[in-house]
Design a protein around this ligand. Sequence first.
Ligand code: NAP
Length: 479
Amino acid sequence: MTDTPTQLFIGGAWADAADGATMPVDDPATGEIIAHVADAGAKDAQRAEEAAVQAQEAWARTAPRVRSEILRRAYEIIVERTDELAHVMTAEMGKPLAEARGEVAYAAEFFRWFSEEAVRIEGGHGVLPDGRNRMLLARRPVGPCLLITPWNFPLAMGTRKIGPAIAAGCTMILKPAPQTPLSSLALAAILKEAGLPDGVLNVVTTSRAGEVCEPLLRGGRMRKLSFTGSTDVGRLLLAQSAEAVVRTSMELGGNAPFIVFGDADLDKAVDGAMVAKMRNMGEACTAANRFFVHSSVVKEFGRRLAERMGALVVGPGTRDGVDVGPLIDRVGRAKVEELVADAVERGARVLVGGRTPEGPGCFYPPTVLTDVAPDSRLMDTEIFGPVAAILTFDDEDEVIRRANDTPWGLVGYVFTEGLDRALRVSERLEVGMVGVNTGLVSNPAAPFGGVKQSGLGREGGRVGLDEFLEYQYLAVPVR
Ligand code: NAP
């Protein structure tokens, strides 16, 4: 950690905040402060904006191959430094080292994927209906971008935005979450080492998100907002972006249904549930929030899931053999405790877990609740913790209606051995992604994103690059 930068990264140089402010970064496993990083204010945001705007024109004209190779080199450095980056991530966020290494690999893959896409940006040519005019379609970078990321995947949420922005030829300001600034600063150092020109990426760490971001969005010099975070904050930022008609990509919250039909292979369903629920300690937008299990298998599914969840080892992410680290902070843990208490008050039975341990750190045990009442608060709140809430259903139409009965629509999971049913149900779920007999949908080559209040646009895949590109149409008459 001693080598991880703690200053702002603006115009290719490291700098303190203009007013000298710093903010502490805690280890959620111990509550101890592990670093103090620069805490940017409005003046720093202006400097970052200036750097991004100044760098834009030359960067847009840089050869695609050059942009591609910078990303490729950064991918290689990230892979070489997997262990170092994983330790930084575990220290500031809490996830076990094995999961942190997994996130480093996932994060690096976005750079590899977009390094390959950077040289395949294609426009078009057409003859217009009058037969005389020709249409040339050029793709151009959208311009300087503001990228705002959450704390739950400190590295991957950054590379998922920075990768396509670099590939497209956009400059950017990254504002990471205040709980996890170190991973983003380490990433900036890697991109500098990989040859990224000054000003293309600027990182402002801050505890004053509104003060830093609102003027950037309202000012109109930033031409794009790419945000990952909660729906409430997303809604506010959409309103701020409206004034200067800033283009937006919004990756927001979820409330994923996980549906197990009577004909499901229960081994696959329980394996899938462990991933969909326990990846990142349940602190994922893709986390299964509502388990709908057919009445013919609900008892057996609950028993097996409780057995697997109960066997997980909870502890500091740096300790060998630990499966489940601490939650991000005490506020996050208190929310989980309240949701469980509310469900139990309304009749849910606790099959395993459900009790906050004594001692330091923000730990919460893997928990399975069954007989959860449909009016429980956790049915329409992202739990964001290791709690599986099981409800029973009998009929396909009924479960689809209940699964869709939410303002969110990020991802759903369907477990059945019937291909017809898998396709029929997937097509009727109001979500952007479906895991069919799998609990994991995330992949850098696939378009990630949601419908309804889970967001606008997609990240990853080929379409992830489109989010950072405009079309320019040239009318060319041929006489
Ligand atoms: P959050 O509270 O919405 O914060 C996300 C980011 O927005 C943070 O950097 C935060 O900084 C910043 N922010 C908050 N208010 C702001 C404002 N007024 N102006 C500018 N920036 C502002 O979400 P979170 O608690 O970090 O993350 C959890 C949420 O992210 C969950 O809802 C989860 O589902 C969602 N998520 C979605 C995806 C996806 O791809 N769909 C992926 C991961 C997470 P401050 O903390 O300083 O306010």
